[in-house]
Design a protein. Sequence first.
Length: 144
Amino acid sequence: MSERDKILSWAIKSLGKKDYSKRELKESLEKKFCREEIEEVIKFLERKGLIDDKKLAQKIIDKYMDRGKGYYYIERELKRRKIEEKIINEMMENFDFEREFQNGEKYILKNMGKRDISSIFLTLKSRGYSEKTMERVGEKYGKQ
């Protein structure tokens, strides 16, 4: 088995366990293999659609929006996952602030009466909600 085939096999096995960004996979491969062959394998995987940072970014956004996380939390997660800055900027330009607002509103309604409004807003802030959403929610639910 050639070095390229070993790298490809290991990369495909890794991708079967977890989604990787291009850079994450490259760094992982560099720990085990020679750099010269890695770039060729990465390009091959991209052509075959097995690595797609844009799709991964959207998957991450959807996952964390479903978990009630906000703009800044999601942006940090995309950076942590080593997705290209250009892709992050593009994805965050199209961020669904209405959905973020709805998530925040749902959280407030669920916790009103159980906790004071200041505590609820601190939680939203810690979840990375944008200033825009925090202002809208504050106007609607009386946060000064």
